[in-house]
Design a protein around this ligand. Structure first.
Ligand code: 5GP
Ligand code: ZN
Length: 113
């Protein structure tokens, strides 16, 4: 998608500090980290948000979740981590290309919202 920051990170036209990449997904450090470790896991296919997940595209979401333990291990998150997906305006989703935040490296706050 032309005007999508994460599509541009996927195609390399915007640089990122990559943690993991394969033919289906990319994982890179968040520009504005909210924890000592804060990465984003993004499918290469443009899906706007969790509200657009359906039977046709659900495989990539499942695939991301199979890769998270491997990525977390690489990042040294042996004591746990938080996975966050913001969906839509009430959740303050700022980039409209679905992504999963993985945060850790300290004891995170107990409050969710
Ligand atoms: P959202 O608010 O949509 O759930 O999360 C978007 C995230 O993308 C934010 O945490 C923001 O810091 C991050 N972000 C926005 N633009 C860029 C960028 O160009 N590069 C990287 N690495 N992260 C970005
Ligand atoms: Zn996109």
């Amino acid at each position: 998608m032309t005007d999508c920051i994460f599509c541009k990170i996927v195609d390399g036209s915007i640089p990122s500090k990559k943690v993991y990449e394969d033919d289906k997904i990319i994982c890179f450090y968040d520009l504005n980290p909210q924890a000592p470790v804060h990465v984003l896991i993004v499918p290469k296919e443009h899906i706007c948000c969790a509200d657009a997940i359906n039977e046709d595209n659900a495989d990539i979401i499942a695939y991301i979740f199979t890769k998270i333990p491997e990525i977390a291990k690489t990042l040294g998150l042996s004591n746990g981590y938080r996975i966050i997906n913001n969906c839509g305006d009430d959740a303050c989703q700022t980039v409209k290309h679905i992504h999963f935040h993985v945060l850790g490296g300290k004891q995170l706050a107990g409050q969710m919202a």
